[in-house]
Design a protein around this ligand. Structure first.
Ligand code: ADP
Ligand code: ZN
Length: 220
């Protein structure tokens, strides 16, 4: 039997969830479901949802659980998610985690990874982070010099409006208050693992693979 990977990754802003989720999704041929990306697309597209969430996101606050649950329920019901998915940025509250268990009722077991990184590293990383407007690549700086063009496709790089230092501090507070309690929520499960995200991306990727193998081993 082919084992579908149903994975949720959480971690503070800037922990590298997006980078790891993207890589894993490509490797496994399953969709990366980034709630942050879905919301940002709605804002860009000027949809009703986008107008509703823009101010909340710019302030670094969390969008309401009901709205988020509607989005995730709909996305996971699509055909391409039936053979596995990687949730990136969801759940972010204990209420979302509880509801996710209900949504996934009857599907294969959920694997949950926490990507852990300390606050000071995060503030540093986020203030330097740039995103490619063309291919979506996330670019850190190299040798202390911020890059202007995407090294992958040459597209223009820009800073996310919520990556300014004052907003970042607030997002970290929200993380500690609303999302960090997920560790306790998932702690007792054999399919929960924490990965040290304060390492180079390739090393984190190896640690993610090792964690997934360990979970598989424990389930066998
Ligand atoms: P990061 O993990 O770097 O903070 P994301 O791209 O995951 O960035 O999310 C950006 C913003 O989108 C969040 O600050 C929040 O306002 C909103 N958001 C994304 N996912 C959720 C969620 N599951 N619940 C509530 N708000 C969310
Ligand atoms: Zn690019």
């Amino acid at each position: 039997m082919v084992v579908a990977l149903n994975l949720a990754m959480f971690g503070p802003p800037g922990a590298g969830k997006g980078t790891q989720a993207r890589r894993l999704a490509t490797e496994r041929g399953i969709p990366q479901v980034s709630t942050g990306d879905i919301l940002r697309e709605a804002v860009q597209g000027g949809t009703e949802l986008g107008r509703e969430v823009k101010a909340i996101m710019d302030a670094g606050e969390l969008v309401g659980d009901d709205v988020m649950l509607g989005i995730v329920r709909e996305r996971l019901s699509k055909a391409d998610a039936s053979g596995g998915f990687i949730l990136d940025g969801f759940p972010r509250t204990v209420a979302q985690a509880t509801a996710l268990d209900d949504i996934l009722e009857g599907r294969q077991g959920l694997v949950v990874l926490e990507i852990a990184v300390g606050d000071e590293t995060l503030v540093n990383r986020l203030s330097r982070r740039r995103v490619c407007g063309n291919c979506g690549a996330i670019v850190g700086d190299t040798n202390g010099e911020a890059q202007l063009l995407c090294p992958t496709c040459g597209g223009e790089l820009s800073q996310r409006s919520d990556d300014r230092e004052d907003v970042v501090r607030g997002r970290l507070e929200v993380y500690h208050r609303e999302t960090a309690p997920l560790v306790e929520f998932y702690q007792g499960r054999a399919s929960f693992r924490t990965v040290d995200g304060d390492q180079p991306p390739e090393v984190v990727a190896q640690a993610v693979q090792a964690a997934l193998s360990a979970v598989n081993g424990a389930a066998a």
